[in-house]
Design a protein. Sequence first.
Length: 124
Amino acid sequence: MIMALPYSTKLDLLRALLCGGGLQEQLEALPPAGLLEAHRFVWEKTVEFGIKMRGRRFPQEELQMALRARGDLRAAKGCPAQLRQCRLQECAEHHPECMREAAMEQILAMGAAVSEYMHRPDAL
């Protein structure tokens, strides 16, 4: 269930990441498969921005742990698939609404991280 995001959508997501607004509206318009692709795209851009802004001091592992913790908390609160850890790909087909909420939450967290990199490049 892989969907290639149109370049226009990628540009809109990139603009929202850089400008710090409109990301949620972009995400709400996407179907579940598009949201998964947006998650991958935003993750890649978040890592790229982090490395560009902070170099070797970029805490990629910290970002991964923070996103994983969000997923674990979501799963503990009532995962419809009864998973102990949120797995977006696994829930896309059978629990698309839960996957949508989890993916949007994680993407918005990545957007906040990008905003922090842009406004506070020296902060860890």
